[in-house]
Design a protein around this ligand. Structure first.
Ligand SMILES: Cc1ncc(COP(=O)(O)O)c(C=O)c1O
Length: 537
């Protein structure tokens, strides 16, 4: 592919779509809605009709995502330039498809070993299954103040690489759903010392490195493959994402083949066009693209200082200037666009606070037992903040009960880790970014993943109270954020059983589980490890 310098103010694919939309050509090709004409006499498509006018397929001039030679090639080349990659690939199936392709490339043979952070999105576990890989799970670091998990330490990565020199790479997630992160550079260095790639699920960090107030990007930290949901923190349409590559450690030909396997042969042009547009905005405006959004966050923070009931999650170093300490390693950076708040009085759980906010027409990104994640972006305005502060000030005087409010300068209560020996007493049962380690090891034995279904007659449904010591036959995924707390084939430790009971009590939304209320759970018959099979029947 020629590396001619392209004009960053251009959006080749998006502009081709505008031309198509406005052109008067008659369509004798898919899609069948024919620029929305199919609904002309029937109606009902409403605002979708506009989207349909730019919904095209691989006709002449529109290029082909899987063999790009024209506008898509140019748009991807501009994306690589903007995000600091050697090559970038558009994804129309979200970071999910990027994670699958990344794993299928790194683990090209069944049985290949991959070192994987335990608290990963379900798409990573699905990728391991598709690849028939063996995962050595790495214990993430846990921030003592919040109880939330980030990425494994470089020591854990180095120790696991020494124990499994045959590993094909290391996969971590950065930042987590709450915008918390650590320095990835030492992880990249550890990987490269062993000659293996660092693969990063940066689904929540597509904007990283694009403004001085934003943390460094995974690519700038030395990662070899990075997957970003452009639709999450930048301005692409939902499902629009990118996979970026640099360095010699990834077989690019194989990667192209894997991408073609996991993505449609009819990728959405509106989604791809929006990737081009989102990139152009960033490329042209640079850091200035974030000015208004960051100002909106700043006014929220100022407003929160007047509402002492609500605490704000932030790294220890930002709470007390100069305080680095050991906690700083686990939680060194915070995405300013993820504003994570909690009720300091403890009266409202994160879920309840979310419901109260929704009653005031403020819709948060997600909540857990303690926290509510409020997602800002380059599209946020001061008016959004005024709306939110009005809602919070109403909520702050509701339901405070007899509990005294803390002063605005009070430190947040330290996180109470669940006690395995008194499970019913645990105050906060945190699972959103949790891992299932019992904290006596920093990495697991290799766990074999496969697509072999679990036979129904090898499983049984049992009450949740009796699950400790059994082997799970279903995946349990609190959603959001979609990080499985349990996967099929995994032994259920007492530690995890406590979390599952907390999950059931809190009424969290769970995917994968047959009994969504988690009164019961599907396990393998007997207590032995199953021969194979991570797939729910
Ligand atoms: C850490 C992480 N990785 C990957 C994904 C999948 O991203 P997408 O929804 O773009 O497929 C998500 C989705 O929430 C996620 O949180």
């Amino acid at each position: 592919m020629g590396k001619e310098k392209l004009e960053k103010g251009k959006a080749p694919l998006f502009e081709a779509l505008v031309q198509y939309k406005n052109g008067g050509q008659a369509s004798f090709h898919v899609p069948g809605h024919k620029k929305g004409q199919a609904y002309a006499s029937f109606g009902g498509a409403g605002f979708l009709e506009q989207a349909m006018e730019a919904d095209v397929t691989e006709i002449t001039g529109m290029d082909d995502l899987h063999y790009p030679e024209g506008v898509i090639r140019d748009a991807q080349q501009l994306a690589a330039d903007c995000f600091g990659a050697e090559e970038s690939f558009f994804l129309v199936g979200g970071s999910t498809s990027g994670n699958l392709a990344m794993i299928l490339t790194a683990c090209s043979h069944p049985g290949d070993v991959l070192l994987v952070q335990r608290n990963v999105h379900k798409s990573v576990l699905n990728g391991l299954m598709l690849a028939g890989a063996r995962a050595v799970f790495l214990e993430p670091q846990v921030d003592g103040g919040s109880g939330l998990a980030t990425a494994p330490s470089s020591e854990t990565v180095a120790a696991a690489l020494a124990a499994y020199p045959e590993a094909k790479g290391v996969l971590v997630t950065m930042p987590n759903y709450y915008g918390m992160g650590t320095d990835l550079a030492p992880l990249a260095e550890a990987c490269h010392r062993h000659g293996v790639p660092l693969l990063v699920d940066e689904a929540h960090g597509a904007h990283y490195g694009q403004h001085p107030q934003l943390p460094r990007s995974a690519l700038a930290s030395g990662a070899d493959v990075v997957v970003q949901s452009t639709h999450k923190m930048l301005a692409a349409l939902t499902m629009g994402a990118m996979l970026h590559v640099q360095g010699p450690r990834i077989n690019r030909g194989l990667l192209r083949q894997r991408l073609a396997m996991v993505q449609s042969s009819s990728p959405s042009y509106p989604v791809m066009g929006s990737l081009d547009l989102a990139r152009r905005q960033l490329h042209v405006q640079g850091a200035a693209a974030f000015t208004a959004g960051l100002a909106a966050v700043e006014s929220l923070k100022r407003g929160l200082r007047e509402l002492p009931r609500f605490g704000l999650l932030q790294p220890a170093a930002q709470q007390q200037s100069g305080a680095a300490g050991p906690a700083a390693a686990a939680y060194a950076t915070q995405d300013p666009f993820k504003v994570v708040i909690y009720d300091r009085t403890g009266v409202l759980s994160g879920y309840e606070l979310q419901h109260r906010l929704e009653a005031w027409d403020c819709i948060p990104e997600m909540s857990d037992d303690r926290y509510v994640v409020l997602l800002y972006s380059l599209g946020s305005t001061d008016e959004d903040t005024r709306h939110l502060l009005k809602a919070l000030s109403h909520i702050s005087v509701e339901k405070a009960g007899a509990q005294p409010l803390h002063s605005s300068h009070a430190a947040p209560a330290p996180y109470a880790s669940p006690q395995v020996d008194s499970p019913e007493d645990c105050g906060f049962v945190e699972f959103s970014t949790w891992n299932n380690f019992d904290q006596t090891t920093s990495f697991s034995e290799p766990v074999a993943f496969s697509l072999t279904p679990v036979e129904p007659d090898e499983t049984e449904v049992i009450p949740l109270e009796e699950c400790a010591g059994r082997v799970a036959a279903e995946m349990i995924i609190p959603y959001p954020p979609g990080i499985p707390i349990l996967y099929p084939g995994e032994r259920i430790t007492e530690f995890v059983a406590v979390k599952l009971r907390g999950l059931a009590r809190s009424g969290a939304k769970c995917q994968g589980a047959r009994d969504s209320k988690l009164g019961t759970i599907l396990v393998h018959k007997g207590v032995r490890e199953p021969a194979s099979g991570n797939q729910t029947p």
